[in-house]
Structures are given as C-alpha cells and as structure tokens.
Design a protein around this ligand. Structure first.
Ligand SMILES: Cc1ncc(COP(=O)(O)O)c(C=O)c1O
Length: 400
C-alpha cells in the first residue's frame, strides 16, 4: 500500500493551511533528485525556490555543516565567534561592497534594507523626520511581514492584513518614466527585484535597470536590489544585476546563501550606507550564527569559483532552446535567464497547477504561479540529460 495518501493527510491535520503543496511526501534527496516515502524519484525543478542552487546535500556544504555542528552552533551576537569574520569578509568581497549585515530569512533582509534606507535618508540625505518614502514595483514579491505585504499588489498576500505600513509608492515594473516621476525629495530608495521571480520570472525591458541606476544616482536615492531569488548564480551570473552591468547600492540576499541547509540572509552595502546603524538599532538572535556562517562561507567559496554561474549560463541556453521549441505547442510565452524559466501555458489547455500535478506524475516537480505560469528553477548541478528529460516531460504533459 502506498504511504503517500495518509502521509499527506497527516501533514495537513495539525497545520494552518497557508500552503497548497503538491501531494508528494519527500523523504530524501541528493543533487537534483528527490525520493518520496514510497521510493519514487523526482527531478527537482523548483530547488526550494532557489534555496538549493547547489543541489541537495552538496558534499562541501554538508561537510562544513557537520564540522561546525561538532564545534559550536550558537553564541548570539553578544559575543564574537570564529566563523564570523571570514563569512563577512568573503561575502562582502563577492558583492564588491565594504560591509555585510547577516540575518536569517529573506523577509528579514528586506526589512533590514528598508530600515537602513530610511535611517540613511534621515541621517545622510536629510529627509524631514517621518517622511521617508521608498519606491517599489507592481507585481513585487519581497516576503510576508506586515510592512512588506503593505506594498504588495497581490491581494492574496495583502488583503485583511492591514493596517498597512505607509511610506511606499508603487509604480509599474519596467516603466522608467513612471519610476522617475515617483521620486521626490523624500524618496530614500528604489526597491526592486531585477527579475520578478514570484510574478513568473518577469524580465524588465533592456535598459531598465541601467536607467534605474542612473536615476537613483542623479536624484541621490539608494538603489536596493532584492536578489534573494535571482542572485547567487541562478541567472548565469553572480547577480541578475550583473547581466545588465548594474551595481546597486544595496544587495538583499537570502535563499541559496544558506546552501539549502540553514536560513541565511544578508544585506551588503558600502560603509556610507550600512554604517548608519549603531549598536542596539538592529539585530537578530540567530543572525550570523556560527552554523549559518560556516555553511554560508562555503557557499560563497563555491560561487567564487565561478563554476555555478558558468553552468547556469551554459545549461540555461539548453533549457531555453528546449522550452522555446514548445511555443505554439501548449506554451504561449517563455522567459529564461540562466537556469531560471517562467513558462505560460495556454490557459485553454490547463492551469499551471494541473500542469504541475501531471509533471509530478511523470517524476518532475515544479511550481505554478499566477494561474497558468510555471516556474522552472532546477539546482545548478543539473545535467544536460536531466534538462532534456524535464523538457520532454513538459512536452508530454502539454501534448495531453
Ligand atoms: C525576491 C524575494 N524576496 C524576498 C523573499 C522572501 O524570502 P523568505 O521567504 O526567506 O522570507 C522571497 C521569497 O520567495 C523572494 O523571492
């Protein structure tokens, strides 16, 4: 008898229903492959929303975690520990910034970025007390805190969670004129995803990000790039901003920084920005803990080799070619950057959810978003054959 149906029921019995997972119960994983409680194998084409860029249980990351577990796991930032300096120095170098501030989840990195931008606005730019404003984009996804959902344009994410935090102006994504027009003397930052992941891997028009950079510099506004999903190798470069030759004032990082093992996020910026924080003004009990730093330092070292960015760029071409061949055969749009793809299914055929269920039956796990879109984001350790396999299964699903 299959264990999956009862395991799915058990998993739902005592939890809030804030997710609608596919009915698959995973018990182990390695590289790009998952195994369920009934021994069935699946190719992982979600990679924990890009938290597993290096695959499941990458040997170097597991080794770093094991070694650290045997020595020291937590001190709090009340004391200094011996994993902290290397992590901060090496991550700052990867980002080309002076300083980093480690936190845990992506949403916390975004909250940190908002606080730092506001403080910078008051202390450095000279914005009048309580007036700081941040320009954000329609279709954004930056996390789930009450402040962050206050400027979400997704009603599911936002409705009934008010009263909402003021201080944000929403403009259409990709429209540089609208963004420039929204900036005034109280604007402290523009907060954007360089590619909107949750929205369906939406890539802004060419020239948009360099244009945002220029406007921000001209108007003395911080450009804060949320690279929590797009960064750390996913798009074929260390940062999605690199693809457009853009350097933001602040990077927000998360997901893959923890190697798929522990939650690790961070803000990276120069001293003139992150230096506005003084002791007692921000922090987190677990932020920058020894286990997190040990794993994340190894993540930074993997990225410093450039191997994963290269793989993502090269294999991404194969994924793109495979998916574009399905245009007109069930797909109506395909957007690919590196090993990150958003594909829109002809809604007359099936919903994204139905497509994901059928892919699951064929041993491929992916996630739908916004009705008829599927996001594909396999671990960057995926092989050419495995990419072909995933595309072939999608083709079979679309062919019905
Ligand atoms: C661009 C972006 N920012 C922030 C977040 C929030 O990260 P977390 O779920 O770790 O809080 C996400 C999560 O999907 C994201 O995609």
């Amino acid at each position: 008898m299959l264990r999956t149906p009862s395991a799915v029921r058990d998993a739902e019995r005592h939890t809030a229903h804030n997710y609608h997972p596919l009915p698959v119960v995973i018990s182990s994983a390695e590289g790009a492959w998952l195994t369920d409680v009934d021994g069935r194998r699946y190719l992982d084409c979600l990679a924990g929303y890009s938290a597993l860029n290096f695959g499941h249980r990458h040997p170097k990351l597991i080794e770093a975690a094991h070694a650290q577990l045997d020595r020291l796991t937590l001190t709090s930032r009340a004391f200094v520990h011996d994993q902290f300096a290397d992590f901060c120095r090496e991550l700052a170098a990867l980002c080309g910034k002076d300083l980093v501030l480690p936190m845990n989840t992506g949403a916390e990195a975004v909250e940190t970025g908002i606080k730092v931008a506001r403080k910078w606005g008051y202390q450095v730019k000279g914005v009048a007390p309580g007036q700081a404003n941040i320009v954000v984009a329609e279709g954004n996804f930056h996390g789930r805190t009450t402040t962050i959902v206050s400027f979400s344009t997704d009603e599911d994410a936002r409705a009934d969670f008010g009263p909402y935090t003021p201080g944000f102006t929403v403009v259409p994504y990709g429209d540089l004129d609208a963004l420039a027009a929204a900036i005034d003397e109280n604007t402290v930052a523009v907060l954007l995803e360089p590619i909107q992941g949750e929205q369906g891997v939406v890539v802004p028009p060419e020239g948009y990000l360099p244009g945002v950079r220029e406007v921000c510099t001209e108007r003395n506004v911080l450009f804060v790039a949320d690279e929590i999903q797009s960064g750390l190798g996913r798009t074929g470069a260390t940062f999605a901003c690199d693809l457009e030759g853009v350097v933001p004032d602040m990077y927000l990082l998360g997901k893959a920084l923890g190697g798929g093992i522990v939650p690790v996020s961070a803000v990276a910026a120069n001293r003139d920005v992150l230096g506005v924080l003084q002791p007692g003004q921000h922090g987190s009990t677990f932020g920058g803990n020894p286990l997190a730093c040990a794993v994340a330092t190894e993540v930074v070292r993997l990225l410093a080799t450039g191997e994963f960015q290269r793989r993502s760029a090269e294999l991404g071409e194969r994924l793109k070619a495979g998916l574009e061949a399905l245009l007109g055969k069930g797909l109506v749009a395909v957007r690919v950057r590196g090993l990150w793809a958003g594909v829109d299914i002809d809604p007359a055929l099936m919903s994204g959810r139905q497509a994901c269920e059928r892919l699951m039956e064929r041993g491929v796990l992916a996630k739908d978003t916004h009705g008829s879109t599927i996001r594909l984001a396999p671990p960057l350790v995926i092989t050419e054959d495995e990419i072909d396999h995933a595309v072939a299964q999608l083709a079979a699903v679309l062919a019905g």
